[in-house]
Design a protein around this ligand. Structure first.
Ligand code: NAI
Length: 330
């Protein structure tokens, strides 16, 4: 048997976690021969609800699940963890200004970044799901300077999966035949789903479709607004699909993407006109437990415009966060 791996999940009593935990415990993340310990973090007022979730985990009798620990202290929940899925965050409530939302999350991800820095495994992989995910990841990274530069990513895989699914449906092909999809930017309506390089089998999707109007008027806006459409239909935000995307992104990162391009929000290396260090959705190929940025793609006028919109938005958030931390939020 393999040595056990420790997986931390924050926001563990929330709706995404309610899908995520059971799938991690049955082996969907790390494989059906990898025993796991779950280390769950919640706010004090949600610990009772979390105990209920733990009872359900026990009642599944998952052979791979060695134990479950719960805490409201990140230094306990992150101790020696190999993987951390940061799902919990402060949601925007009625009347809350964007600035207050950023400030509340800056405080959360600062504390969690410091805790990861101090107590997690030195090889930890951290995936930030909680919104605003890209900026929360930027803050986590800022306060975890002793972790490797590429230890922290943010989730853009849900948008990537949505884009793959939509393109496959438009072309009338199975999703598995789509490769080289890219979603650039922020996990927000400024994101840019880009199928200019996508292949259907060996063929170029763009040549096959030759429908620029569909790209501009349907594909890009509908992928970007999919989250809102789900809230309108379901009365709650995407949860099972978000959990699924978190598993996809982390699993590919750990075990490789088999040569496929996948989108991940990672610290920019300065290419494509994206300021260095910004957490930005870009195409990567995962192998040997690492991600490699896909380089040298041509950026046309529409792409430039869309990427710049996400850059602007994320720079504004980064500046607001800088102001917070220099204005004595330390
Ligand atoms: P939820 O509200 O059902 O659950 C969030 C949980 O996090 C709550 O139980 C809450 O008590 C907990 N929490 C809040 N602050 C915490 C802290 N400091 N430490 C530990 N736990 C904390 O929300 P849901 O639906 O599970 O979504 C979670 C987050 O994921 C939200 O921010 C949501 O916007 C985001 N999301 C991100 C997506 C992406 O693609 N990046 C996609 C879908 C959702």
């Amino acid at each position: 048997v393999k040595p056990v791996k420790r997986v931390a999940v924050t926001g563990a009593a929330g709706q995404i976690a309610y899908s995520l935990l059971f799938r991690v415990a049955r082996g969907d993340l790390l494989g059906d021969d990898q025993p796991v310990i779950l280390q769950l973090l919640e706010l004090p007022q949600a610990l009772d609800a979390l105990r209920g979730v733990v009872m359900e985990l026990e009642d599944c009798a998952f052979p791979l699940l060695q134990s479950v620990e719960i805490s409201d202290d990140p230094r306990v929940a992150f101790r020696d963890v190999d993987y951390a899925l940061l799902v919990g965050s402060r949601p925007r409530t009625k009347g809350m200004e964007r600035r207050d939302l950023l400030a509340a999350n800056a405080a959360i991800f600062r504390t969690q970044g410091q805790a990861l820095n101090d107590v997690a495994s030195r090889d930890v992989k951290v995936l930030v799901v909680g919104n605003p995910a890209n900026t929360n990841a930027l803050i986590t990274r800022r306060f975890a300077p002793e972790l490797p530069a590429d230890a922290i990513t943010a989730m853009i895989r849900l948008d990537h999966n949505r884009a793959v699914s939509k393109l496959a449906a438009r072309c009338g092909v199975p999703v598995a035949s789509v490769n080289r999809m890219v979603v650039w930017g922020n996990h927000s309506p400024t994101m840019y789903p880009d199928y200019r390089y996508a292949q259907i089998g060996q063929d170029s999707a763009r040549a096959l479709l030759a429908d620029e109007r569909w790209n501009r008027d349907v594909f890009i806006p509908e992928v970007a607004r999919r989250g809102t459409a789900i809230i309108e239909a379901r009365g709650a935000s995407s949860a099972a699909s978000a959990a699924n995307a978190a598993i996809d992104q982390m699993r590919d990162w750990v075990y490789g993407s088999a040569g496929q391009w996948v989108s991940m929000s990672v610290p920019s290396d300065g290419s494509y006109g994206i300021p260095e260090g910004l957490m930005f959705g870009v195409p990567v190929i995962c192998r040997n437990g690492a991600f490699e940025r896909v380089t040298g793609l041509e950026i046309d006028a529409l792409s430039r415009e869309r990427i710049d919109a996400s850059v602007r938005e994320l720079m504004e958030e980064a500046d607001a966060v800088d102001a917070l931390f220099s204005a004595g939020a330390r």
